[in-house]
Every structure is written in C-alpha cells, then in structure tokens.
Write a protein that binds this ligand. Structure first.
Ligand code: THU
Length: 163
C-alpha cells in the first residue's frame, strides 16, 4: 500500500491592489457579470469572467429556475458559451466572485464539483490550465495558477472514452 497525494496550491492576496491591472480588471468584469445573475431562490449571486487566448472576454452568471435543478452555475454558463461560440479558442484564465443578498460572503468561494469537471474538460481539450482568480465580497483573493486540478485533484478523466 502507498499513499497517493496530490498537492493543491493557491496564492493568497490580502488586498486587491497587490494584483496586476489585468487581474484586477478580470475580477471587475466578474463582479459586473454577477450583478446580472438571476438567483431569486438562493439570493446568492455569482459572476464569472473568462479570458480567451484571442483576447475575448466571456462573462457568465448563475441562472436559476423554479424547477431548481434546471438552473445553472455562473461558471458553466460562461464556459459553455465560450465552447459554443469560440470552439477552437483556449480559455486562459477565469475570475469568479460571489455575493449573498442576505449576508456577507467572507473570502473566496470555490466552484462546485460539477463546474470543476466541466471546466476541466476544456483544459484537457486545449492542454491549457485555466488560471483561476477567486474573490468573495470581503477577505482575501485566491489565485490558482494550476487551474481546476487545484480544487478537483482527482478529477474524472479517461483518455479512451472519446473513441
Ligand atoms: N453557484 C454558482 O453559480 N457557482 C458556484 O460555483 C457555486 C454555486 C450558484 C448556483 C446557485 O444558483 C447559487 O449559486 C446557490 O448555490
């Protein structure tokens, strides 16, 4: 028997001013997207901004539904839009932010498992990790340079499945 470990590393920044202008602007775009979320049931709004290799920014936010499971997270709204409209273009980085309408989100929120799995598909497709910036309403900002495997280190991947 041996222990199999996979290390996860994030960089933590306590102040937004510590980030580059480009990173600050991607987070600002995620915040902008968040304000257009449709989340009357959870009252928890999430915004996502993707930077594609061709410079295009794709924004998404959570879209809920009265039939709860029919709604979709911000990350999948954004990544599926990118996949649908820019099919050959790798996604380089992503900013995610969230706000609760009834309390304060202290610190970054992680993407859910389903979003991480969906995002990882595009990393594999383009052999390109999606650098990830996470910010709550308050508290530190996290940057995961290695992309989704930081948060889903044992993700589902079977090379032969696409045959
Ligand atoms: N949500 C996201 O949009 N992204 C996440 O990573 C986690 C959760 C949404 C789904 C739902 O509309 C609301 O947040 C509360 O779970």
């Amino acid at each position: 028997m041996e222990i199999v470990r996979r290390e996860s590393v994030v960089k933590q920044y306590d102040r937004i001013e510590e980030l580059s202008d480009l990173d600050q602007s991607l987070l600002a775009l995620a915040r902008e997207a968040m304000e257009n979320a449709y989340a009357p049931y959870s009252r928890f709004i999430v915004g996502c901004a993707l930077r594609l290799q061709n410079g295009v920014i794709v924004k998404g936010n959570n879209q809920e539904n009265m039939a709860y499971p029919s709604g979709l997270c911000a990350e999948r709204v954004a990544i599926f839009y990118a996949g649908a409209n820019y099919p050959g273009v790798p996604v380089i980085e992503m900013a995610i932010t969230a706000k609760a309408l009834d309390y304060e989100v202290k610190g970054p929120i992680m993407s859910c498992g389903a979003c991480l799995q969906s995002l990882s598909e595009y990393e594999v497709k383009f052999n390109q990790p999606i650098r990830t910036l996470l910010q709550g309403q308050d508290g530190p900002i996290w940057i995961a340079e290695a992309g989704t495997k930081t948060f889903l280190p044992f993700q589902f991947y079977v090379g032969e499945l696409k045959r």
